[in-house]
Design a binder for this molecule. Structure first.
Ligand code: GDP
Ligand code: IMO
Ligand code: MG
Length: 439
């Protein structure tokens, strides 16, 4: 076995998404050689501000914005080639070179327009629980993968195989869609021809990325794994069925890239100083009052992909304890602290109760989660601006006390704090585990 350089790290969301993963990954990707996405698809929207330029990354790892870094789309993703190519074109038009730096797994699965049609089966049919998805076809594409009839990138590049497989899989979808009354006119041969064109454009970027990453690690290069969605949207550990269809939690980094757990040295969680969720599903600390509206307005809490207003609520410590256990967080980043600047008091959920008493675990069903009553402690707000502060000592005392309270309640170090969307609006705690892992 060759040399293994210390320092391959996973950065992922600890709540229901949109915690600011894009900002954090972009910021720290300069310390790594390669940034790899391991799951999800163009349902993700990772926003990065660099000066007056705004980028929203959907399929391409946020590390692409750092000159000279390599970016990998791992086998765990589902790829809509049209979305990928338009993202590549938009980045290149904005002066970010992509070709030559982006590699795409030959084992990632390919998403087709028919997947979006099939999503109507779960979202719009009477009697089905509507999840409030991003309508990108993500779930149905993963369904095909798990059902062993999916088309992966390597299949797409093999024209004869692709044609036969595509015709057979699509014929089934059309039959089901017609029977269920969700069929919409799809010009299947024209779509197939379009995908053959996409195949030629992505062919130069396609690799066995598991081989590539493991080789790179053996050669002493470091990898930052970028999560999408988040732990509470994980298909196994989230608020099922109000989840996405992939493993967003830390385990997904291994299965979604082919890099073994023995090659990953750290896991960092990203959490807002409060919490949001887009789409349906239980949300114990949701603030349905004017204060929730205030968080939404101050935090500009509208979906980066769909523009939907995000549901807003208070920091949920039991939820973070749960996601810390699932992921083994070494440290967390608390983002959007500045959004709480004006509140005179800030509730933090410290425990759950239901009709039978205290609830210590995360219940497995949405009915049980919906029945939880959060127990709050109210902390005094700092009522002064933290926006853009980049030194811990300059934070108002009450803001530092708020962060210390989150640390005590969650049992996890707050190693990094974000006080604005830009790179320099960030604090790394000196001497923290966080600093050790990304410093
Ligand atoms: P992601 O999906 O986890 O990457 O997060 P999104 O990009 O969907 O949403 C986070 C939003 O918050 C983006 O618009 C970021 O620019 C913004 N943001 C990130 N960190 C901060 C912060 O510390 N303060 C403020 N005010 N905005 C932030
Ligand atoms: P990032 O990476 C927030 C939510 C959808 C819906 C559920 C399932 O930007 O944090 P899907 O289209 O994945 O089948 O939808 O998951 N969802 C997200 N919410 N941030 C995301 O990504 C999300 N990706 C999916 O709103 O509730
Ligand atoms: Mg997002």
């Amino acid at each position: 076995m060759g040399l293994t350089k210390m320092g391959n790290v996973i950065i992922l969301g600890s709540q229901w998404g949109d915690e600011g993963k894009g900002k954090i990954v972009d910021l720290f990707s300069d310390r790594f050689d390669i940034v790899a996405r391991y799951q999800g698809g163009h349902n993700a929207g990772h926003t990065v501000f660099i000066g007056d330029k705004k980028f929203v990354l959907k399929l391409i790892p946020s590390g692409i914005l750092r000159p000279g870094k390599q970016a990998v789309i791992g086998n765990g993703l589902v790829i809509d080639p049209a979305a990928l190519l338009s993202e590549i074109d938009a980045l290149e038009a904005a002066g970010v070179p992509v070709t030559g730096r982006l590699l795409i797994s030959n084992r990632a699965h390919v998403l087709f327009p028919a997947h979006r049609m099939m999503e109507k089966m779960s979202e719009a049919r009477p009697g089905r629980i509507s999840i409030g998805t991003t309508s990108r076809g993500i779930g149905p594409c993963y369904e095909d993968k798990i059902a062993r009839r999916g088309i992966c990138v390597a299949d797409l590049l093999n024209r004869d195989f692709f044609r036969a497989q595509y015709d057979s899989v699509m014929a089934e979808k059309v039959a089901i869609a017609k029977a269920l009354g969700i069929y919409e006119e799809l010009d299947l041969p024209a779509i197939r021809a379009g995908y053959e064109g996409f195949a030629e454009r992505i062919r130069p970027l396609v690799r066995d990325t598991a081989w590539f990453l493991n080789q790179a690690i053996r050669d002493g290069r470091s990898v930052l794994f970028e999560g999408a969605q988040s732990t509470m949207l994980d298909i196994d550990h989230g608020t099922y069925p109000f989840v996405t269809s992939s493993n967003a939690s830390a385990g997904g980094a291994c299965t979604g890239t082919g890099v073994p757990p023995t090659r990953i040295q750290g896991v960092l969680g990203v959490s807002k100083a409060y919490i949001t969720r887009v789409g349906g599903g239980p949300f114990p600390t949701e603030a349905l009052d004017a204060r929730g509206e205030r968080i939404r307005a101050r935090g500009k809490e509208f979906g980066a992909v769909t523009g939907r207003p995000r549901r807003c609520g208070w920091f949920d410590a039991p939820l973070l304890r749960y996601t810390a256990a699932i992921n083994g967080f070494d440290s967390i980043v608390v983002t959007k602290l500045d959004v709480l600047d004006e509140f005179d008091s800030i509730p933090v959920c410290v425990g759950y109760r239901n009709a039978a008493g205290d609830v210590l675990d995360m219940p497995p069903t949405v009915a049980e989660i919906a029945a939880l009553r959060p127990v709050y402690e109210c902390l005094p707000g700092w009522q002064s601006s933290t926006f853009g502060i980049s030194s811990y000592d300059e934070l108002p005392l009450k803001a530092r006390e708020y962060l210390a309270f989150l640390e005590r309640q969650t049992g996890v170090e707050v190693g990094c704090i974000s006080t604005g969307p830009e790179r320099n609006q960030t604090i790394v705690r000196a001497g923290s585990r966080f600093e050790q892992l990304v410093g």
